[in-house]
Each structure stands twice: as C-alpha cells, then as structure tokens.
Write a protein that binds this ligand. Structure first.
Ligand code: SAM
Length: 278
C-alpha cells in the first residue's frame, strides 16, 4: 500500500539539495554530444502546483524554494538552479518541477529518459506532465527492479536517480543493494541516491554498506536544516553520488555554506565528502 505523495513536500529543503545536485550533474553530462540515458527509479508526479491543497497543507516549500526565489548572490550553481525553477513560472512562484520535469529540461534529441512510478495517481500525472516524446518512457513498474533491466544501456552513458520514499524501512538496504547490483553490471554509470536523515544510524549503515561494497569514487553531499535529534522528523537529507562529474565536489563546496545560511537554523550544517576515493 503506497501512501507517500510528493505533492505534500515539493520544493522543500530536501528537494533543493536533491535537485541542485541532479541539475548540476545533468548539466555537466549533457555537455558532450554523445547520447545519455537518464533513469529515474522513483519519479513521482513530475511537476507540482504549489497552490494545490496538498502543498498548502504543509507549506514545506516556504522553507525551501521560496527562500531562494529572490536569490541575487554570486554563486553560479545556485543562480542557475533558481533560473531553472523560474523557467517553469512567470513572475510569482507557483510551480515546482519534480526530478522528471527537471531532467527533461536537460535531455536532448539523442538522449533517452526512463521514469518509474508505482502510485497509480502519480503515474497518471507523470504521463500527463512529461512531453509525449518517444524518447521519454514512463513505466508503472518497480523502479528498483526496472533499473537492473536497463543497465548497461546501449549508449554506455547513464545517469541514475534513486529517490525512494523510505516509507518502508527496508528501502534503505534495498537502495544500497540495487545500486551495488546495477554498478556490477555497469560500473561507469553515474548513480545518485537521495536519503533523508530521520534516524542517523540508518544513514551511517547506508554509508558503510556502500563503502564496503568495493565501489570506487563515491561522494556525499548533505544539507541539515537543524541538528540531528532523537525526536520524530527529518532534520537533514543528502545525495550520495557514485562516479560524479569531476567538477561536482568543488561546485558543492562553494554552494553548500551559502545554502545552509539561507535554509537552515543556527544549528544547521552541511557535509561535502569524498566517501571513497577514485
Ligand atoms: N523523484 C521525485 C522528485 O524528485 O520529484 C520524487 C519521488 S518521491 C520521493 C518517491 C516516489 O516513489 C513516490 O511517488 C512513490 O509513489 C514512488 N514509489 C514508491 N515505491 C516505488 C517503487 N518500488 N518503484 C517505483 N516508484 C515507487
């Protein structure tokens, strides 16, 4: 039974770190003319109205994209990201693109996009929200398994986003297991796993599992809007990136201190780490 709907959370601080890394990676990977496969294992609806009753119920976007809307600082990565979100709006902040719609902005004629979603309502919305191009394929199937069927891709270049809801606690180990399996089949792909920090021990274990997997070149970027706590709720979230573009770490080192200043309380912090060397 799937109950998670991303429409309640679109544009929150967790989306900002996730989509900032995603956009930065895709911008780099689409510089070369060579075809690229983008695989979104947990796609959601793809595009969100911030005036919807779901988004208004939680108003989480007010702590995320709304705080960046008038960004006029000098950080190029952040400025490009805000411009990207603005391209989906006219003047006011009304819409926020999910990972599929954001990725669609980068994908070119020679690229392919694969989008997995299991929730029947979000699957229908995703189909409506993505352009009806043959190169963008939506699948109402399990994205963990779907990934394994797509690697290695014919293009030999792929970028994977794994963004499960972590409603089921086994998602943490399942995410690690599936990425390790996919990497065994195709070790030059770029793999991104989003994670929430609700219980720090789960993330420590996820990191250990990946570190011990034998996979090289793993980086981690985390944004904490407040300090870790034993109480219920997410205080931080991050992206683990396997085979990142060589420019990613420097870009994140530059942007994360500023992002913490804008989005976090006085106990907020960030992490930008090379978990496993190249
Ligand atoms: N990636 C999206 C974004 O950034 O806009 C948000 C995705 S949301 C965190 C997770 C989504 O995964 C939910 O829409 C949920 O219905 C879907 N989902 C849950 N289990 C799944 C599975 N095994 N395969 C594919 N989708 C799944």
């Amino acid at each position: 039974m799937l109950s998670y709907r991303h429409s309640f959370h679109a544009g929150n601080p967790a989306d900002i770190i996730k989509h900032l890394v995603l956009a930065t990676v895709l911008e780099y990977m689409t510089r070369k003319d060579k075809p690229l496969d983008y695989i979104d294992t947990h796609s959601g609806a793809g595009f969100f109205e911030l005036n919807s009753s779901d988004a208004q119920k939680t108003q989480e976007y007010l702590d995320g994209i709304a705080k960046l809307w008038h960004y006029d600082g000098g950080n190029e990565t952040l400025a490009h990201f805000v411009t990207l979100v603005k391209s989906f709006n006219k003047t006011d902040l009304l819409y926020y693109p999910g990972s599929p719609k954001m990725a669609e902005q980068f994908l070119r004629r020679q690229d392919k996009g694969w989008f997995f979603e299991l929730h029947p309502k979000d699957l229908g919305l995703l189909e409506e929200n993505l352009s009806h191009k043959k190169s963008l394929r939506v699948r109402g199937e399990d994205g963990f398994k779907g990934l394994l069927g797509l690697v290695p891709p014919a293009s030999r270049r792929a970028c994977v986003l794994m963004d499960p809801p972590y409603e089921i606690k086994t998602d943490y180990q399942q995410a690690a297991k599936m990425i390790i399996k996919a990497h065994k089949r195709f070790n030059s792909g770029t793999y991104m796993i989003w994670y929430p920090v609700v219980d720090r021990e789960r993330i420590d274990l996820l990191e250990e599992t990946l570190k011990e997997s034998g996979i090289n070149n793993i980086q981690l970027f985390e944004l904490a809007t407040s300090c870790d706590t034993q109480e219920h709720g997410m205080t931080a979230s991050g992206m683990i990136v396997i085979n990142p573009p060589w420019t990613l770490k420097a870009a994140m080192d530059d942007v994360l201190p500023e992002l913490v200043d804008i989005l976090s309380d006085e106990n907020g912090f960030y992490r930008s780490e090379q978990l496993v060397e190249e």
